[in-house]
Design a protein around this ligand. Structure first.
Ligand SMILES: C[S@@+](CC[C@H](N)C(=O)[O-])C[C@H]1O[C@@H](n2cnc3c(N)ncnc32)[C@H](O)[C@@H]1O
Length: 372
């Protein structure tokens, strides 16, 4: 094995273990065990590492490979492997010792197809449960003021419909009791804030470098393959996709940094401009993040920027908030243990002054929300 290959494998292994630990730490609900086992297998099994190591590091090899596996399994339905993965409404199938040998045999047999899927696609995970993290921060804002929501890196636009979901935070709930999607994170730390009534979204816009059309079945199938194989996540994605398809919302192709001023220029001037980014800024370069922050005062209006992103650089050494806010020791500790969303809130006043803080931590798949 040449040294660059060894380096790539080590990188894939480290990323995969960080993802397993972030999505499925020791105290995670049992339904996350398959997700952890899938990424541990990607970190350990030579058949899988060999495929992952050929994917350029910036294309998130373990995540991309996990999606390629799920996509091919959904298409071919190999037994017994297919039976381990949840489908919408199936509940979480039992995990046993047969999973790993079935997975490695499948990877051996279909190595070329998996590599081709990795080459053809990008990892595009849309997790609607992150709307609960955003809603909690909205609970800190002026409750009477309508908002103009710009979801940056919106993907398929699931985050654009946050007012169409129901949220349950312990004893408190907001949103239509008959909503198709209910998001009920376990609460940790101080109780997360929740608006008393659903914020009024006066204007909404989704922005993505590559917006995704949920009307296209192939796109839907690939996005479904990018969802972690946890029954709640699988059901949520299926239901949220239907909500988004039933309520077409404005989406624009654009760069969250370069096109920020032009994109926000048309938003309702009377509403509070709320920029949301969930797992987007973490993938930008340091220069892009700095340029984004510099542009905020140039918007010339009050802005609230809600971010749910791991610390940068992505991985256990992450130490910097994408909003450049002071990082509490607890956030550093959690990030060292595995991929964790850091919830930040930064406001820019009319005078261009910024203030903000890191307010909490969130499970990447919405299983829990820890408030500081
Ligand atoms: C990991 S996904 C997160 C999607 C969604 N926000 C969520 O949390 O479910 C990151 C998204 O950001 C988009 N993206 C990455 N860089 C971008 C940029 N510079 N401008 C706009 N979108 C970008 C990607 O195309 C992708 O859809």
């Amino acid at each position: 094995m040449t040294s660059p290959e060894a380096e790539s494998r080590a990188h894939v292994r480290e990323q995969a273990l960080g993802i397993a630990a972030g999505w499925s730490p020791a105290d995670a609900p049992p339904s996350w065990a398959l997700t952890a086992e899938l990424f541990r297998a990607i970190a350990a099994e030579p058949e899988l590492l060999a495929i992952g190591a050929r994917v350029p590091a910036d294309r998130l090899p373990p995540l991309l490979l996990s999606a390629a596996i799920r996509s091919l399994v959904a298409r071919r339905r190999p037994e017994p492997l297919a039976g381990y993965f949840p489908t919408p409404g199936s509940g979480q199938p039992a995990l046993d010792r047969g999973f790993r040998p079935a997975l490695t045999a499948f990877a051996r047999e279909h190595a070329d197809e998996l590599a081709a899927l990795c080459a053809e696609h990008r990892y595009q995970m849309n997790e609607v449960a992150r709307s609960a993290d955003v809603l909690a921060v909205l609970g800190l804002l002026d409750p009477g003021r309508p908002i103009a929501l710009v979801d940056l890196g919106t993907g398929a636009g699931l985050g654009l419909h946050l007012d169409r979901y129901r949220y349950v935070f312990g004893e408190r709930a907001v949103g239509d009791p008959d909503a198709a999607v209910t998001i009920a994170p376990e609460l940790r730390g101080r109780p997360a804030p929740m608006p008393a009534t659903m914020p009024v979204i006066a204007d909404r816009l989704g922005v993505d470098a590559e917006p995704l059309d949920l009307g296209d079945e192939r796109v839907r199938n690939w996005l479904a393959a990018c969802i972690p194989p946890e029954t709640g996540a699988v059901d949520r994605f299926a239901a949220a996709s239907e909500v988004a398809r039933a309520h077409p919302a404005p989406m624009r192709r654009g760069d969250a940094v370069e096109d920020l001023l032009e994109l926000c220029g048309g938003m309702d001037p009377d509403a509070l401009l709320v920029l949301v980014d969930t797992y987007v800024h973490v993938f930008l370069t340091d220069e892009q993040r700095a340029a984004f922050r510099r542009r905020l005062p140039e918007l010339g209006r009050e802005v609230a920027w809600i971010s749910v992103d791991p610390l940068t650089p992505l991985g256990p050494e992450g130490s910097t908030s994408v909003q450049d806010l002071p990082v509490p020791p607890r956030a550093l500790q959690a990030s060292r243990a595995g991929v964790t969303g850091v919830v930040g809130h930064l406001t820019v006043g009319r005078d261009g002054r910024t203030s903000g803080e890191v307010v909490g931590l969130a499970h990447p798949g919405g299983a829990w929300l820890e408030w500081f």
